[in-house]
Write a new protein. Structure first.
Length: 132
């Protein structure tokens, strides 16, 4: 069971999007911290496997994402702000992943990342949530 840090640059979602994020945060039973910051690089920990979410990254299947999370005891997932990731985050990233080739608003990416962490948890537990 990995410890997950979801590090986001920018403001937290509001309204219905915030409610959906909160729902997935409640569902995730793995240790999870959601950190809103102006400087993601300052949140990166030695020994953590760092995944930068970016449109130029590799698209992973949900199974591959689950396997990636399972391979490490601490994973930090970084969501850049409107201008992307700072050079220090890009340099530190162990992997760059994408939710497809499209560009997504960073507030929506937070929800997508939380859902994928939850889905990974369910895949690894053998739960039928993931039916693909």
């Amino acid at each position: 069971m990995p410890k997950i840090d979801l590090i986001t640059v920018g403001k937290a979602p509001r309204g219905a999007l915030a409610d959906l994020c909160a729902e997935y945060e409640k569902r995730i039973t793995w240790p999870l911290a959601v950190l809103d910051t102006a400087d993601a690089a300052k949140q990166l920990k030695d020994g953590a496997f760092v995944i930068a979410l970016d449109e130029s990254g590799q698209a992973l299947s949900s199974r591959a994402f689950a396997d990636l999370l399972a391979a490490y005891s601490r994973v930090q997932i970084c969501i850049g702000g409107p201008d992307g990731h700072a050079p220090a985050v890009r340099a530190r990233a162990d992997a760059v992943a994408a939710f497809g080739p499209q560009t997504w608003p960073h507030r929506l990416v937070r929800l997508m990342a939380l859902e994928q962490v939850y889905r990974a948890q369910q895949i690894l537990a053998g739960h039928p949530y993931h039916r693909a």
